[in-house]
Design a protein around this ligand. Structure first.
Ligand code: A3P
Length: 286
């Protein structure tokens, strides 16, 4: 990884553009979570922005005007980022926030609070493919090279936010807590309405059937693609090369089959089995 683009904090790589060590230390050690905070936590490319939209719509009873009037990073800032932290600190409660931090770098205050975390997982092969494309159009990220080369970087955790395996395992440690809800991209694809109902139940938010319909409709891939406050098309050319890709790329399950050869997939499986040994959880992709 190019050192000009990333720095390492406690063994994890972060982009120099969005993160700095002081903010990361502040978030981990000093940032006070409040009992009514709701946090959308993911490893990158697992459906973070999809959940941002869903949570924003649920918060506003299915009314899409809020998610259509404020940029996603202003409605639900990424804690840990330099700018996101300022927005989070200035936001009145109840706050919606997002984070890509592994549990060991997440605010320590979480353990004494009733703040709610929704952790969304995605098949890591699809995460790899999505991250590969993402890395091509985000200018602050190193060119991913070939899929073969990127596969090795991903498997060894030599990418921004570190190893997928370590991230997931760090959050599995707190899976049993009543204020942590595990969700998956695959379940949302299979039954979005069912996922929205479960999320509402976890949040203690009662929506009627029409309001849930509106959440589902307005969180669709097409609606998000058409929403300039959610689709990142307005991000400046300084940061994104819009000719090389987009956030709302394909939005499907199993795109890895179009990218990985049989040998690459088998190599992935071998590393997966080794790294996930002892993890007694059944994932939707198992
Ligand atoms: P693909 O690159 O596979 O298309 P994140 O928000 O964590 O960066 O994740 C981005 C991935 O979520 C992209 O996957 C994107 O297309 C997908 N995504 C975003 N909104 C979605 C939606 N409403 N429905 C399905 N997939 C969505």
């Amino acid at each position: 990884m190019s050192s000009a683009l990333y720095f390492t904090h406690k063994g994890i790589s972060f982009s120099n553009i969005w993160y700095d060590v002081d903010t990361l230390n502040f978030v981990e050690n000093e940032f006070q979570l409040l009992d009514d905070d709701v946090l959308n936590v993911t490893y990158p490319k697992s459906g973070t922005n999809w959940m941002q939209e869903i949570l924003g719509l649920i918060r506003h009873n299915g009314d899409p005007s809020w998610v259509r009037s404020l940029f996603v990073w202003d409605r639900s800032p990424w804690i840990g980022t330099t700018d996101g932290m300022k927005i989070a600190l200035a936001s009145p409660p109840p706050r919606l926030m997002a984070s890509h931090l592994p549990f060991q770098l997440f605010p320590k205050s979480f353990l004494q609070s009733k703040a709610k975390v929704i952790y969304t997982l995605r098949n890591p092969k699809d995460v790899l493919v999505s991250y590969y494309h993402h890395t091509k159009f985000v200018k602050s990220m190193k060119d991913p090279g070939t899929v073969e080369e990127y596969l090795e970087e991903f498997l060894s955790g030599n990418v921004a936010f570190g190893s997928w395996f370590d991230h997931v395992k760090s959050w599995l440690e707190v899976k049993g807590r009543s204020n942590v809800f595990f969700n998956s991209y695959e379940e949302m694809q299979q039954d979005l309405r069912g996922s929205v109902e479960k999320i509402c139940h976890f949040l203690g938010k009662e929506l009627n059937s029409q309001q849930i319909d509106s959440v589902v409709e307005n969180a669709s891939f097409q609606k998000m693609k058409d929403n300039p406050k959610s689709n990142y098309t307005t991000v400046s050319d300084e940061h994104f090369d819009h000719k090389k890709g987009k956030l709302l790329r394909k939005g499907i399950v199993g795109d890895w089959k179009n990218h990985l050869t049989v040998a690459q997939s088998e190599r992935f499986d071998r590393v997966y089995q080794e790294k996930m040994r002892g993890v007694n959880v059944t994932f939707p992709w198992d």
